[in-house]
Design a protein around this ligand. Structure first.
Ligand code: FAD
Length: 490
């Protein structure tokens, strides 16, 4: 029986006055990001009566409104600009591009609207009840939902909490200056500042910094640790560093920002660190991208037995169940890695568990992609992790200098590597640096997930000439038999 039929299903909806009684639903999903909407859609497909509560008019979450999609739209712009400039190397010279920022912004917003509007249509098509509002737990079986029309009560049998995350802040830099942005502000592309300081050398800062650099901003990146993308394998990061330092105005490694002050023509930033020459510099704008924190506050969790951990994450078991048997948590709120595809898969898993299937969270590999130029991507075991765990591995690398396709693209500085178990030759991890790495990593992820051995990859006929051949040849390297490099087996 579909109990929640009080006019809230269509956009824009109004809850009639008579509806202010306790509504009931079998499953409520709180938060319409890639975790929440994937869960709600699968639940509906499995015939579970489902309500999705989300603060925006359409689903999409951070990923579609303020994350993956708008950032990749702008990175596409950056790619066009960079490729046009680099074409000079092969005898093609374009005039400096005219940048119509209003049109560019409108295009990016149209991409977001198309995707989120499409999700809204899928909500209707699947007959998921959609409530636009902010949900809070009144107990482990009831929500209070603040809507434009007032507070609505919703009782549920199962809930999936998918409220995601938001940019982390440094209180000392929260000086109320409009020149200091987080990723959401940077994506708005208000102007092309002459100078921009990116605080944090993680993937979000590097991606957005790359966009501004391509548009003509002098971008400085400041990072406390000795390298960019702490945690990623150094050989992959090295390829990125080689490229990115030609695009950025300055990279300040092992440097700390100690203070920020708004001045007439910008933000005066004071740095601390042995490598920084100018301890005080003025930037027109500053982007703070130092990580993300889960949205676990103000959810009424005190009315349940769920207590977030010190970092704000909600602990879940292998079936994404919290300490409350009726409540599941998925996506960014349930822990690292905070990635959209991890959120969607967790959401779908929680629904399978609710549907009574024998399902458990045990991915062999969750791919990670940094959409800079070049892209870097990895899946499964990394060298860094293997070293930390004292695990024996074999690493076979294929340099893109030997790839025909990479050479035709004038991009021979990439690398593909396969990490295998020395005993069984099973593929444990894959790492790629180079244009298109984000697309290529899917093959590696599949190999790991299916328990492939290096011979499987080696014996799979890959199309020529493509960058995908670098996967096959890195498997061939393991046996000392790569066609395009001479590296005899030791
Ligand atoms: P979210 O997407 O955060 O969605 C949570 C939703 O819950 C929001 O829509 C919010 O409105 C809603 N909500 C919150 N509280 C309530 C409440 N009380 N009641 C009702 N609704 C509520 N990931 C990738 O995999 N690839 C990328 O390329 C990538 N790029 C990114 C770029 C940027 C600039 C940023 C910021 C993030 C990027 N991410 C990327 C990360 C990705 O966006 C997140 O991992 C993903 O969105 C998490 O999904 P989620 O479903 O957990 O939550």
């Amino acid at each position: 029986m579909r109990n929640v039929q009080c006019g809230v299903r269509n956009f824009p909806f109004r809850i009639p006055h008579s509806a202010f009684r306790i509504m009931k639903t079998k499953l409520v999903v709180i938060g319409g990001g890639p975790g929440g909407y994937a869960a709600a859609f699968l639940a509906a497909d499995l015939g579970i009566e489902t309500t999705l509560v989300e603060m925006e008019t359409n689903p999409g979450g951070v990923c579609l409104y303020r994350g993956c999609i708008p950032s990749k739209a702008l990175l596409h712009v950056a790619k066009l600009l960079n490729e046009a400039r680099e074409a000079e190397n092969i005898g093609l010279t374009f005039a400096e591009p005219k940048i119509d920022l209003d049109k560019m912004r409108a295009w990016k917003e149209s991409v977001v609207a198309k995707m989120t509007g499409g999700l809204g249509q899928l909500v209707k098509a699947r007959k998921v009840t959609y409530i636009k509002g902010r949900a809070k737990f009144a107990s482990a079986s009831e929500l209070d939902i603040e809507t434009a029309e007032g507070t609505q009560k919703l009782s549920f049998e199962h809930a999936i909490l998918a409220t995601g995350s938001r940019p982390a802040k440094i209180p000392a830099f929260d000086i109320g200056s409009p020149r200091i942005m987080d990723s959401t502000g940077a994506l708005q592309l208000e102007n092309i500042p002459a100078t921009l300081l990116v605080v944090g050398g993680g993937y979000i800062g590097l991606e957005l910094g790359s966009v501004y650099a391509a548009l003509g901003t002098k971008v400085t990146v400041v990072e406390m640790t000795p390298t960019l993308l702490p945690g990623a394998d150094r050989d992959l990061v090295k390829v990125l560093e080689g490229h990115i330092k030609t695009k950025m105005h300055a990279m300040l490694m092992e440097t700390k920002v100690v203070s920020m002050k708004e001045v007439k023509n910008g933000v005066k930033v004071t740095f601390e660190g042995e490598k920084v020459m100018e301890k005080e510099q003025i930037f027109e704008k500053v982007l703070i991208s130092i990580g993300r924190v889960p949205n676990s506050q103000d959810l009424g969790l005190e009315n349940t037995r769920i207590a977030p951990d010190k970092r704000g994450f909600i602990e879940v078991d292998a079936q994404r169940r919290t300490v409350e048997p009726t409540i599941y948590a998925i996506g960014d709120i349930a822990g690292e890695p905070m990635l959209a595809h991890k959120a969607s898969h967790e959401g779908r898993l929680a629904v399978e568990v609710i549907a009574g299937h024998n399902a458990v969270w045990e991915p062999q590999a969750i791919p990670a992609v940094v959409f800079t130029d070049p892209e870097i991507a990895w899946a499964g075991l990394t060298e860094t992790q293997a070293e930390k765990e004292g695990r024996k591995i074999t690493v076979s690398r294929f340099p893109w200098a030997a790839s025909g396709r990479a050479t035709t693209l004038d991009r021979s500085d990439g690398v593909t590597k396969i990490i295998t178990d020395p005993e069984t030759e099973r593929v444990l991890g894959v790492g790629i640096a180079g244009p298109g790495a984000g697309e290529l990593i899917a093959e590696g992820t599949l190999a790991i997930e299916m328990g492939a051995v290096a011979s499987d990859v080696k014996l799979t006929i890959h199309p020529h000439p493509t960058l995908s051949e670098t996967m096959m040849e890195s498997a061939e390297v393991l046996f000392g038999q790569a066609t395009h490099i001479h590296r005899p087996k030791k």
